[in-house]
Design a binder for this molecule. Structure first.
Ligand code: NAI
Length: 239
């Protein structure tokens, strides 16, 4: 039976936590809101590393991220005690551990279905590849696009997508087709053994629930911007 994949904001998840450099299994419940903050910590830690800063206090992290120092300590404590009183956090260590928690210590193979404006923009952005997400191919149904390369990534016929995914062990499917095609594309991904779908189409796709779906809606962020511009008093800072 097919069902909706949903993220419920207050949902809790079991996490792995780290100690002494090793990731341990622990039946630890962490809220999805905490998990959603981890990429932001990771991004700031990457910046610190690039600047050669190797030690940071939770107060300094608070100034950078806008979260309170106690919030940061609480968040990071969910995954094991990273910091030391009076010392703060070792940036390299924390960066590496958060990277492991987020699964960024691996290389993921991805394909993009829909090689239009957005699909090509994603393929063109080298940053995803640098973070370990390698786009092997784009796929489209428009014969005029087939054979074109975006950087060195070829656009292939969508009819070849299922066999390509299976042959190459692709794990992530990215949907950048119009919304009318999104469900059909998701079903090809499902048949092909894709593990995660990054969906940009404004459609509620349904696949078996062992496939992770992450929906991206830039509109929602834009509408929030509009709201805060019109309700300045409600704006408490960046999340
Ligand atoms: P586009 O029209 O430039 O590209 C869509 C491509 O999908 C076309 O090349 C078309 O031939 C291809 N396509 C259609 N059906 C297909 C199928 N069954 N299999 C394979 N390829 C197929 O559109 P654009 O501007 O790139 O937008 C793509 C999608 O992304 C739309 O659903 C749009 O609403 C959405 N979008 C989402 C954003 C977000 O924040 N999530 C932001 C911008 C666009």
């Amino acid at each position: 039976m097919k069902c909706y994949n949903k993220i419920v904001l207050q949902q809790e998840v079991n996490v792995k936590y780290t100690t002494g450099g090793a990731i341990m299994e622990k039946d630890n419940k962490v809220s999805i809101t905490v998990i959603r903050r981890l990429p932001k910590y990771y991004r700031y830690l990457t910046e610190l590393l690039n600047k050669g800063i190797n030690r940071i206090s939770s107060q300094e992290l608070s100034n950078m991220t806008g979260f309170t120092a106690s919030q940061i300590r609480q968040d990071l404590n969910n995954f094991g005690g990273f910091g030391q009183q009076g010392y703060g956090y070792n940036v390299e260590e924390l960066h590496s551990q958060l990277g492991k928690i987020l699964g960024l210590d691996k290389i993921y193979k991805a394909v993009i279905a829909g090689a239009g404006n957005l699909g090509q923009a994603i393929a063109n952005y080298k940053g995803f590849q640098d973070a370990g997400f390698k786009v092997l191919s784009l796929f489209d149904k428009n014969p005029k696009l087939i054979g074109i390369k975006i950087r060195d990534i070829e656009i292939r016929d969508v009819d070849e997508m299922e066999s390509f995914i299976k042959e190459n062990g692709v794990e992530i499917g990215i949907i950048t087709t119009p919304k009318e095609s999104a469900q059909a594309v998701a079903e090809i991904f499902e048949r092909s053994g894709i593990k995660g779908i990054w969906n940009f189409a404004p459609a509620d796709i349904k696949v078996k629930d062992d496939i992770i779906i992450e929906n991206v809606h830039l509109n929602e962020s834009l509408f929030a911007l509009s709201y805060f511009m019109n309700n300045r008093k409600d704006y408490v800072g960046r999340d």
